[in-house]
Design a protein around this ligand. Sequence first.
Ligand code: GAR
Length: 320
Amino acid sequence: MFERLQQKWKVNGWRLLLILVTFAVGGSLCGYLGRQLLGLFDIESAAIRIPLYIILVTILWPFCVILISIPTGQFNFFRSYLRKMGSKLKVQSRESRVQSQNTGHTLIQKTHQPSTGSVPATGHRTTAVRIAIFASGAGSNAQKIIDHFRDSQSINIALIVCNKPGAGVLGIAEREHIPVLLIEKEPFFRGNGYVDELKAARIDFIVLAGFLWKVPATLTAAYPNKIVNIHPALLPRYGGKGMYGMHVHEAIIAAGETESGITIHYVDNVYDNGAVIFQATCAIEPGDTPARLAQKVHLLEHTHYPRVIQEVVAHLQKQR
Ligand code: GAR
């Protein structure tokens, strides 16, 4: 049961414990305050006391758990938990309204749809946009992106796609309870580019974070303007085949550059070629090594990539 909760809430064992403690202490506080408030009214009849107590604790409960979540460090979790509960209640009440209008019909018109992130006919986006992160390295960018969207209502990191068994990012996926799709060269380049698997996983948007294979045309056609990449240099310089990770930093230091940076861009079928979305720079000091430059660039990546992804996805949704 605890494992299922960990998977559902995407938290580690320690956080699960803190969440359960918050539920328990918040619930007890709520019961205590409910009894104290009830004591203020001089009501003898149990027929009134019991429903009034239930109403009081229902109102008090969210305040109590939010209050307790502050010292336990779980405020963000409970804020999004209560929001989700609130929107579920709204959906249910809308459904029951529809049901009562449809007298003679047992079919309930769902006001929400499976998580496709698409705009339904009503024009309202109903569920979170599902992102797949493609990564084949240590996964430090993937981790930052996961952290950034952990409590998001509108974006869900739904899948890690990796072509390297043993890559560090796979350990992150396991810890974060995010499903993994391990891909192979042949089906990726000569098959359907795993489009069917991505569609089956209801992926709406793709983020490359240290993914070194070229993206095939089947995939860019299936996700037009919905694939972004981060490159550890200021494109169009120091890009293209073979220019990845430390190779980029080594080439930049060898060329005696005084500046480097990051480029976030849309992905097309040519290496590091799609339209640039965002760039940020860092200075190269005399004596900087490729390893030192890699650290500076990673810092820029971690600072900007999650925020830029959020903005690109929001922009995409507005266009629909
Ligand atoms: C990042 O620096 C990313 O820019 C680079 O790989 C690194 C992955 O680090 N990507 C490329 O070079 C793509 N051409 P991470 O695994 O720690 O996120």
